[in-house]
Design a protein around this ligand. Structure first.
Ligand code: SAH
Length: 358
């Protein structure tokens, strides 16, 4: 087992690993501890089937709770979207969002890093730069905080702050925990990882990762030069290389890939851009998710109009592509795609009260 220091938390450990941590105890104690954590009980004092002495030991070692993060602010949008600001063990902040849709899906939008190093020019999180990777426990804890405040999510998407494939070990472990049959047991079909397009990471998911999750790739332009100017990762992994890694993934996983396309007014919404996207999608079993750009203060873009969004989507559909439009959920609380910038929030501005945006 990878040695884990105390701040790395307990919520991303499997029963046998928890047993290792309390090796003076009988083996089944690890499973008991796991069951409490998987059920959302983090306070050691409430773990009634653990002997008092063991509870004491755990409290001495980890404090009152096994949770390493805490909710310092919660906001609810009129459309039901809930956004949480979490304070991490070292004082940094991260945000998580719960989106509810008409079909009753309750999607936890989780962060994988504090900030992000990818530098996409249309994304507010990018402005923060990268502070650090989240631990797997910090990722798992986001799910439990959302559950406690807003009810248990049915789906998980890694579309919050950060680039999950740039923190692949901790992200993969958190997914294994979410999927573990003795724990939350969330189906792989209900977990989506969104990446800006890191080919090594995509190949890892294809060949070495045990959980067959869904893959979404943020394309945003199928013009190599334009994509490089919008998404610096494209310099390192240009479109042909990305395409090749997607074909590889598809050949192994036999799964439909989502191509996310953030629509920026007058930048990537022309007929030519549509044709380039159609060309890129050739050979891929994919669905294009068109996301009208969500404004971020100071970013030099404009939202596409409804008409131009529809025109772009129809152009793709006429060419035979499957298209979905993303709802603009959570915008009233800056909780929509690309609007998460919570770690930049100074502690002085945090109100420890429930805010409802109505
Ligand atoms: N780093 C990952 C996941 C986080 S971003 C990735 O790049 O996929 C999640 C999605 O939000 C991505 O598709 C991203 O392109 C999109 N996005 C970023 N900023 C946005 C904005 N301002 N408006 C709409 N979508 C945005």
């Amino acid at each position: 087992m990878k040695s884990r220091t105390d701040h790395q938390g307990l919520s991303a450990l499997f029963p046998n690993e928890l047993s290792d941590l309390i090796s003076q105890e009988p083996l089944f104690r690890g499973r008991q501890l796991f069951t409490w954590l998987a059920g959302g009980t983090f306070k050691f004092e409430e773990m009634k089937n653990l002997p008092t002495a063991l509870r004491r030991t755990l409290i001495d070692r980890y404090g009152e709770t096994a949770c390493t993060s805490k909710v310092v602010k919660q906001q609810t949008d009129t459309d039901g979207t809930v956004k949480l600001l979490l304070k991490l063990y070292d004082g940094l902040f991260v945000e998580s969002v719960l989106l509810t849709d008409e079909e009753g899906r309750r999607t936890a939008c989780l962060s994988s890093q504090v900030g992000c190093a990818m530098g996409c020019t249309f994304c507010r999180t990018a402005e923060l730069g990268l502070e650090r990777n989240l631990t797997a426990s910090e990722i798992v804890e986001q799910f439990y905080h959302l559950t406690e405040i807003a009810g248990q999510p049915s789906h998980i998407v890694f579309m919050g702050m950060g680039e999950p494939l740039a923190n692949i070990y901790e992200t993969a472990r958190s997914i294994e925990i979410f999927h573990f049959s003795e724990g939350l047991n969330i189906s792989a079909r209900r977990i989506t990882l969104s990446t800006c397009g890191i080919p090594e990471g995509i190949r890892f998911l294809a060949e070495s990762f045990s959980v067959p999750i869904r893959l979404a790739v943020s394309l945003t332009s199928a013009d190599n030069d334009l994509r490089t100017s919008l998404m610096p990762i494209n310099r390192k992994a240009p479109l042909p290389e990305l395409h090749e890694s997607l074909l590889y993934y598809q050949n192994i996983r036999k799964k439909r890939i989502t191509l996310e396309y953030v629509l920026l007014d007058g930048v990537n919404d022309s007929e030519t851009a549509c044709r380039q996207l159609v060309q890129f999608a050739k050979g891929l079993e994919c669905v294009v998710n068109v996301i009208p750009w969500n404004p971020g203060a100071g970013l030099p873009y404009n939202e596409p109009t409804r008409d131009s969004t529809e025109r772009f989507c129809s152009c793709l559909e006429h060419a035979g592509l499957r298209v979905t439009r993303r709802y603009r959920r959570g915008r009233g609380i800056s909780g929509a795609c690309g609007q998460l910038a919570g770690s930049g929030t100074s502690p002085h501005h945090i109100q420890p009260v429930m805010q409802t945006n109505e």
